[in-house]
Design a binder for this molecule. Structure first.
Ligand code: FA5
Length: 347
Protein backbone atom coordinates (compact mmCIF):
# COMPACT_ATOMS: atom_id res chain seq x y z
CA UNK A 1 0.00 0.00 0.00
CA UNK A 2 1.32 3.38 -1.00
CA UNK A 3 2.03 6.11 1.54
CA UNK A 4 0.61 9.51 0.69
CA UNK A 5 1.42 11.28 3.96
CA UNK A 6 3.97 13.47 2.18
CA UNK A 7 1.17 15.04 0.10
CA UNK A 8 -0.41 16.53 3.18
CA UNK A 9 2.56 16.83 5.50
CA UNK A 10 3.73 20.38 4.73
CA UNK A 11 0.32 21.99 4.70
CA UNK A 12 -0.78 20.05 7.79
CA UNK A 13 2.30 21.24 9.69
CA UNK A 14 1.77 24.81 8.54
CA UNK A 15 -1.93 24.82 9.50
CA UNK A 16 -1.29 23.24 12.92
CA UNK A 17 1.40 25.82 13.58
CA UNK A 18 -0.93 28.66 12.59
CA UNK A 19 -3.69 27.20 14.75
CA UNK A 20 -1.42 26.86 17.76
CA UNK A 21 -0.05 30.37 17.38
CA UNK A 22 -3.41 32.03 16.87
CA UNK A 23 -4.21 34.62 19.48
CA UNK A 24 -7.99 34.87 19.27
CA UNK A 25 -11.12 33.00 18.30
CA UNK A 26 -11.53 35.39 15.37
CA UNK A 27 -8.05 34.51 14.07
CA UNK A 28 -8.92 30.82 14.46
CA UNK A 29 -12.10 31.25 12.42
CA UNK A 30 -10.11 32.96 9.68
CA UNK A 31 -7.72 29.96 9.55
CA UNK A 32 -10.65 27.59 9.39
CA UNK A 33 -12.21 29.50 6.50
CA UNK A 34 -8.96 29.78 4.60
CA UNK A 35 -7.72 26.19 4.89
CA UNK A 36 -10.43 23.88 6.11
CA UNK A 37 -13.67 25.03 4.45
CA UNK A 38 -14.94 23.16 1.40
CA UNK A 39 -13.03 25.41 -0.92
CA UNK A 40 -10.17 25.88 1.54
CA UNK A 41 -6.56 25.06 0.64
CA UNK A 42 -6.44 21.83 2.62
CA UNK A 43 -9.77 20.50 1.30
CA UNK A 44 -8.57 21.24 -2.23
CA UNK A 45 -5.75 18.71 -1.77
CA UNK A 46 -8.39 16.00 -1.93
CA UNK A 47 -8.83 16.75 -5.64
CA UNK A 48 -5.39 15.21 -6.17
CA UNK A 49 -6.97 11.82 -5.51
CA UNK A 50 -7.66 11.66 -9.19
CA UNK A 51 -3.93 11.29 -9.85
CA UNK A 52 -3.39 8.77 -7.03
CA UNK A 53 -2.90 5.13 -7.88
CA UNK A 54 -4.06 3.84 -4.54
CA UNK A 55 -7.13 5.94 -3.88
CA UNK A 56 -7.97 4.20 -0.63
CA UNK A 57 -4.49 4.90 0.79
CA UNK A 58 -4.75 8.50 -0.40
CA UNK A 59 -8.14 8.90 1.27
CA UNK A 60 -6.82 7.43 4.49
CA UNK A 61 -3.79 9.76 4.49
CA UNK A 62 -6.11 12.74 3.88
CA UNK A 63 -8.41 11.69 6.72
CA UNK A 64 -5.50 11.18 9.12
CA UNK A 65 -4.07 14.54 8.31
CA UNK A 66 -7.48 16.24 8.63
CA UNK A 67 -8.00 14.51 11.99
CA UNK A 68 -4.67 15.89 13.26
CA UNK A 69 -5.60 19.38 12.15
CA UNK A 70 -9.10 19.10 13.64
CA UNK A 71 -7.69 17.90 16.93
CA UNK A 72 -5.28 20.83 17.10
CA UNK A 73 -8.11 23.16 16.11
CA UNK A 74 -10.51 21.84 18.79
CA UNK A 75 -7.85 22.04 21.49
CA UNK A 76 -6.98 25.60 20.58
CA UNK A 77 -10.63 26.56 20.26
CA UNK A 78 -11.37 25.25 23.79
CA UNK A 79 -8.29 26.96 25.18
CA UNK A 80 -9.09 30.33 23.63
CA UNK A 81 -12.71 30.02 24.70
CA UNK A 82 -11.69 29.32 28.28
CA UNK A 83 -9.26 32.25 28.25
CA UNK A 84 -11.98 34.54 26.93
CA UNK A 85 -14.42 33.40 29.64
CA UNK A 86 -11.81 33.84 32.37
CA UNK A 87 -11.01 37.33 31.14
CA UNK A 88 -14.72 38.16 31.19
CA UNK A 89 -15.15 36.79 34.71
CA UNK A 90 -12.15 38.75 35.89
CA UNK A 91 -13.51 41.95 34.39
CA UNK A 92 -16.83 41.44 36.16
CA UNK A 93 -15.28 40.44 39.47
CA UNK A 94 -16.69 42.15 42.59
CA UNK A 95 -14.11 42.87 45.23
CA UNK A 96 -15.99 42.10 48.42
CA UNK A 97 -12.99 43.12 50.47
CA UNK A 98 -13.63 46.82 49.63
CA UNK A 99 -15.13 48.75 52.53
CA UNK A 100 -18.81 49.63 52.06
CA UNK A 101 -20.13 53.19 51.86
CA UNK A 102 -20.79 54.68 55.25
CA UNK A 103 -24.07 56.52 55.48
CA UNK A 104 -24.60 59.04 58.23
CA UNK A 105 -27.66 58.12 60.28
CA UNK A 106 -29.42 61.12 61.70
CA UNK A 107 -30.80 61.09 65.22
CA UNK A 108 -34.05 62.44 66.53
CA UNK A 109 -33.84 65.36 68.92
CA UNK A 110 -34.99 64.18 72.39
CA UNK A 111 -37.55 66.99 72.30
CA UNK A 112 -39.49 65.23 69.54
CA UNK A 113 -39.20 61.83 71.20
CA UNK A 114 -40.76 63.20 74.36
CA UNK A 115 -43.43 65.13 72.47
CA UNK A 116 -44.49 61.85 70.84
CA UNK A 117 -44.34 60.00 74.16
CA UNK A 118 -46.61 62.58 75.80
CA UNK A 119 -49.02 62.35 72.89
CA UNK A 120 -49.01 58.53 73.04
CA UNK A 121 -49.76 58.50 76.78
CA UNK A 122 -52.77 60.78 76.39
CA UNK A 123 -54.00 59.15 73.18
CA UNK A 124 -53.99 55.86 75.10
CA UNK A 125 -56.29 57.57 77.61
CA UNK A 126 -58.74 58.53 74.86
CA UNK A 127 -57.58 62.08 74.09
CA UNK A 128 -57.40 63.52 70.58
CA UNK A 129 -54.62 65.88 69.42
CA UNK A 130 -55.45 69.45 68.32
CA UNK A 131 -53.25 72.29 67.08
CA UNK A 132 -53.72 76.04 66.71
CA UNK A 133 -52.02 79.22 65.43
CA UNK A 134 -48.71 80.35 66.94
CA UNK A 135 -49.54 83.97 66.11
CA UNK A 136 -52.95 84.52 67.61
CA UNK A 137 -55.49 87.15 68.58
CA UNK A 138 -55.49 88.65 72.07
CA UNK A 139 -59.02 87.23 72.41
CA UNK A 140 -57.78 83.60 72.35
CA UNK A 141 -54.50 84.02 74.22
CA UNK A 142 -56.01 86.12 77.04
CA UNK A 143 -59.63 87.37 76.86
CA UNK A 144 -61.47 84.05 76.51
CA UNK A 145 -59.24 82.65 79.25
CA UNK A 146 -60.53 85.17 81.77
CA UNK A 147 -57.56 87.51 81.39
CA UNK A 148 -59.12 90.82 80.37
CA UNK A 149 -57.08 93.83 79.27
CA UNK A 150 -55.09 95.34 82.16
CA UNK A 151 -55.29 92.09 84.16
CA UNK A 152 -51.99 91.75 86.09
CA UNK A 153 -51.67 88.08 84.96
CA UNK A 154 -50.73 89.38 81.52
CA UNK A 155 -47.39 90.47 82.96
CA UNK A 156 -46.57 86.87 83.96
CA UNK A 157 -46.76 85.86 80.33
CA UNK A 158 -45.43 88.95 78.62
CA UNK A 159 -44.71 88.16 75.00
CA UNK A 160 -44.05 89.59 71.55
CA UNK A 161 -46.83 91.64 69.99
CA UNK A 162 -47.24 91.97 66.22
CA UNK A 163 -49.75 94.79 66.84
CA UNK A 164 -52.13 95.72 69.67
CA UNK A 165 -54.35 92.74 68.99
CA UNK A 166 -52.01 90.12 67.51
CA UNK A 167 -49.24 88.34 69.42
CA UNK A 168 -47.05 85.24 69.64
CA UNK A 169 -49.00 82.92 71.93
CA UNK A 170 -47.52 82.73 75.43
CA UNK A 171 -49.14 79.38 76.22
CA UNK A 172 -51.01 76.61 74.41
CA UNK A 173 -54.14 77.43 76.46
CA UNK A 174 -55.05 79.61 73.44
CA UNK A 175 -55.78 76.40 71.50
CA UNK A 176 -58.24 75.33 74.18
CA UNK A 177 -60.08 78.65 73.67
CA UNK A 178 -60.37 77.92 69.92
CA UNK A 179 -61.54 74.35 70.46
CA UNK A 180 -64.15 75.37 73.07
CA UNK A 181 -65.51 78.01 70.72
CA UNK A 182 -65.86 75.49 67.89
CA UNK A 183 -67.29 72.68 70.07
CA UNK A 184 -70.56 74.65 70.60
CA UNK A 185 -71.19 73.32 74.09
CA UNK A 186 -70.26 69.67 73.40
CA UNK A 187 -67.92 67.58 75.64
CA UNK A 188 -64.17 67.90 74.92
CA UNK A 189 -61.18 65.66 75.63
CA UNK A 190 -58.08 67.00 73.91
CA UNK A 191 -54.37 67.66 74.15
CA UNK A 192 -52.76 70.50 72.17
CA UNK A 193 -48.98 70.42 71.65
CA UNK A 194 -47.19 73.47 70.23
CA UNK A 195 -44.54 76.19 70.44
CA UNK A 196 -44.96 79.09 72.84
CA UNK A 197 -43.11 82.38 73.36
CA UNK A 198 -42.43 84.55 76.40
CA UNK A 199 -40.26 87.42 77.47
CA UNK A 200 -38.38 85.15 79.87
CA UNK A 201 -34.67 85.34 80.71
CA UNK A 202 -32.90 82.25 79.36
CA UNK A 203 -31.26 80.04 81.99
CA UNK A 204 -30.87 76.29 82.61
CA UNK A 205 -34.63 75.71 82.91
CA UNK A 206 -36.11 78.71 81.07
CA UNK A 207 -36.14 79.69 77.42
CA UNK A 208 -37.88 82.56 75.62
CA UNK A 209 -39.21 79.99 73.15
CA UNK A 210 -40.34 76.61 74.42
CA UNK A 211 -43.17 74.15 73.90
CA UNK A 212 -46.16 73.08 75.89
CA UNK A 213 -48.84 70.46 75.69
CA UNK A 214 -52.21 71.71 76.81
CA UNK A 215 -54.81 69.27 78.06
CA UNK A 216 -58.53 69.97 78.36
CA UNK A 217 -61.45 67.80 79.44
CA UNK A 218 -64.97 69.20 79.60
CA UNK A 219 -67.99 67.09 80.41
CA UNK A 220 -70.60 66.58 83.08
CA UNK A 221 -69.32 65.60 86.56
CA UNK A 222 -65.60 66.22 85.94
CA UNK A 223 -63.86 66.74 89.29
CA UNK A 224 -60.50 67.71 90.74
CA UNK A 225 -60.09 64.00 91.55
CA UNK A 226 -60.16 63.23 87.78
CA UNK A 227 -57.44 65.85 87.22
CA UNK A 228 -55.29 64.44 90.02
CA UNK A 229 -55.68 60.84 88.82
CA UNK A 230 -54.88 61.81 85.23
CA UNK A 231 -51.75 63.77 86.11
CA UNK A 232 -50.49 61.13 88.52
CA UNK A 233 -50.89 58.47 85.85
CA UNK A 234 -49.10 60.70 83.34
CA UNK A 235 -46.16 61.34 85.70
CA UNK A 236 -45.76 57.65 86.50
CA UNK A 237 -45.99 56.57 82.85
CA UNK A 238 -43.62 59.29 81.68
CA UNK A 239 -40.97 59.11 84.43
CA UNK A 240 -41.07 56.05 86.63
CA UNK A 241 -43.11 54.52 89.37
CA UNK A 242 -40.58 56.08 91.77
CA UNK A 243 -40.92 59.63 90.44
CA UNK A 244 -42.28 61.86 93.15
CA UNK A 245 -45.00 64.30 92.25
CA UNK A 246 -45.97 67.36 94.25
CA UNK A 247 -49.19 69.34 93.97
CA UNK A 248 -49.06 72.95 95.13
CA UNK A 249 -52.02 75.24 95.16
CA UNK A 250 -51.50 78.04 92.71
CA UNK A 251 -53.26 80.68 90.69
CA UNK A 252 -54.26 80.88 87.03
CA UNK A 253 -57.02 83.26 85.93
CA UNK A 254 -58.59 80.52 83.79
CA UNK A 255 -58.78 77.77 86.46
CA UNK A 256 -60.30 77.61 89.91
CA UNK A 257 -58.93 75.96 91.97
CA UNK A 258 -55.46 75.96 90.36
CA UNK A 259 -52.41 73.79 91.06
CA UNK A 260 -48.72 73.64 90.14
CA UNK A 261 -47.34 70.15 89.66
CA UNK A 262 -43.65 69.55 90.43
CA UNK A 263 -41.56 66.41 89.89
CA UNK A 264 -38.57 65.52 92.06
CA UNK A 265 -35.23 66.77 90.61
CA UNK A 266 -33.40 64.17 88.48
CA UNK A 267 -29.95 65.66 89.15
CA UNK A 268 -29.91 65.71 92.95
CA UNK A 269 -32.86 63.45 93.76
CA UNK A 270 -34.43 66.13 95.88
CA UNK A 271 -31.37 67.33 97.84
CA UNK A 272 -31.14 70.67 96.06
CA UNK A 273 -28.74 71.67 93.25
CA UNK A 274 -28.30 74.41 90.59
CA UNK A 275 -30.63 72.58 88.17
CA UNK A 276 -33.56 72.81 90.57
CA UNK A 277 -32.31 76.07 92.07
CA UNK A 278 -31.80 74.36 95.40
CA UNK A 279 -35.43 73.34 95.88
CA UNK A 280 -35.22 69.62 94.99
CA UNK A 281 -38.23 70.04 92.69
CA UNK A 282 -38.72 71.03 89.08
CA UNK A 283 -41.95 72.62 87.99
CA UNK A 284 -43.43 70.89 84.95
CA UNK A 285 -47.11 71.62 85.03
CA UNK A 286 -49.77 74.19 85.67
CA UNK A 287 -53.31 72.90 86.02
CA UNK A 288 -56.73 73.38 87.54
CA UNK A 289 -60.50 73.16 87.14
CA UNK A 290 -61.77 75.26 84.23
CA UNK A 291 -62.97 78.60 85.63
CA UNK A 292 -66.78 79.12 85.43
CA UNK A 293 -66.17 82.40 83.55
CA UNK A 294 -64.18 80.55 80.89
CA UNK A 295 -66.95 77.97 80.53
CA UNK A 296 -69.59 80.71 80.23
CA UNK A 297 -67.60 82.76 77.68
CA UNK A 298 -67.39 79.72 75.39
CA UNK A 299 -71.05 78.75 75.70
CA UNK A 300 -70.97 76.10 78.45
CA UNK A 301 -73.36 76.26 81.41
CA UNK A 302 -71.08 75.96 84.50
CA UNK A 303 -74.01 74.50 86.43
CA UNK A 304 -74.14 71.57 84.01
CA UNK A 305 -70.59 71.24 82.75
CA UNK A 306 -67.25 71.23 84.50
CA UNK A 307 -63.75 70.49 83.31
CA UNK A 308 -60.07 70.43 84.02
CA UNK A 309 -57.11 71.81 82.09
CA UNK A 310 -53.35 71.55 82.35
CA UNK A 311 -50.30 72.89 80.53
CA UNK A 312 -47.03 70.96 80.58
CA UNK A 313 -43.63 72.17 79.33
CA UNK A 314 -42.28 69.61 76.83
CA UNK A 315 -38.59 70.49 77.33
CA UNK A 316 -38.94 70.28 81.11
CA UNK A 317 -40.43 66.80 80.76
CA UNK A 318 -37.64 65.78 78.35
CA UNK A 319 -35.01 67.07 80.80
CA UNK A 320 -36.45 64.96 83.56
CA UNK A 321 -37.07 61.94 81.36
CA UNK A 322 -33.49 61.77 80.06
CA UNK A 323 -31.49 63.64 82.70
CA UNK A 324 -30.65 66.65 80.49
CA UNK A 325 -29.13 69.41 82.60
CA UNK A 326 -29.71 72.52 80.49
CA UNK A 327 -32.77 73.45 78.42
CA UNK A 328 -30.58 75.36 75.93
CA UNK A 329 -29.10 72.07 74.66
CA UNK A 330 -32.36 71.36 72.79
CA UNK A 331 -31.87 74.34 70.51
CA UNK A 332 -28.10 74.36 69.90
CA UNK A 333 -28.11 71.68 67.14
CA UNK A 334 -25.01 70.07 68.65
CA UNK A 335 -24.94 66.69 66.95
CA UNK A 336 -22.73 65.23 69.72
CA UNK A 337 -25.46 65.90 72.24
CA UNK A 338 -28.15 64.25 70.11
CA UNK A 339 -25.98 61.21 69.27
CA UNK A 340 -25.03 60.75 72.90
CA UNK A 341 -28.64 60.86 73.85
CA UNK A 342 -29.56 58.24 71.24
CA UNK A 343 -26.94 55.83 72.58
CA UNK A 344 -28.38 56.33 76.01
CA UNK A 345 -31.89 55.50 74.84
CA UNK A 346 -30.80 52.38 72.95
CA UNK A 347 -28.67 50.98 75.81
C1 FA5 B 1 -49.21 78.13 81.83
O1 FA5 B 1 -48.64 78.42 80.78
C2 FA5 B 1 -50.63 77.74 81.79
N1 FA5 B 1 -51.24 78.09 80.58
C3 FA5 B 1 -50.76 76.28 82.11
C4 FA5 B 1 -52.13 75.88 82.47
C5 FA5 B 1 -52.95 75.36 81.49
C6 FA5 B 1 -52.61 76.07 83.77
C7 FA5 B 1 -54.23 75.01 81.79
C8 FA5 B 1 -53.90 75.71 84.07
C9 FA5 B 1 -54.70 75.18 83.12
P1 FA5 B 1 -47.09 78.18 83.31
O2 FA5 B 1 -46.70 79.59 83.03
O3 FA5 B 1 -46.85 77.71 84.69
O4 FA5 B 1 -48.60 77.91 82.99
O5 FA5 B 1 -46.35 77.21 82.29
C10 FA5 B 1 -46.64 75.84 82.22
C11 FA5 B 1 -45.38 75.01 82.07
O6 FA5 B 1 -44.63 75.45 80.96
C12 FA5 B 1 -44.43 75.18 83.24
O7 FA5 B 1 -44.77 74.34 84.29
C13 FA5 B 1 -43.12 74.78 82.62
O8 FA5 B 1 -43.01 73.39 82.51
C14 FA5 B 1 -43.25 75.33 81.23
N2 FA5 B 1 -42.61 76.64 81.12
C15 FA5 B 1 -43.06 77.84 81.49
N3 FA5 B 1 -42.21 78.82 81.19
C16 FA5 B 1 -41.15 78.25 80.61
C17 FA5 B 1 -39.91 78.70 80.04
N4 FA5 B 1 -39.61 79.99 80.00
N5 FA5 B 1 -39.06 77.81 79.53
C18 FA5 B 1 -39.37 76.50 79.53
N6 FA5 B 1 -40.52 75.98 80.01
C19 FA5 B 1 -41.40 76.84 80.57
Amino acid sequence: MENYNHVFHDLETKIIELVENSKSLEELTEIKNKYLSKKGEFSQLMSKIREAQDKKAFGEAFNNSRKNIEEAYTNKFNKLNEEKLNAQLKAEEIDISLPGNNYFRGSENPFYKVKKEIEDIFISMGYTVETGPEVDLDKYVFELLNIPKDHPARDMQDTLYIDNNLLLRSHTSSIQAHVMEEAHGKPIKIICPGKTYRRDDDDMTHSHQFAQVEGLVIDKNITLGDLKGTLELFAKKMFSKDAKVRFRSSYFPFTEPSVEVDVSCFACHGKGCPTCKGTGWIEILGAGMVHPNVLKMSGYDPNVYSGFAFGVGIERVAMLRYGIDDIRRFYQSDIRFIEEFNKKVED
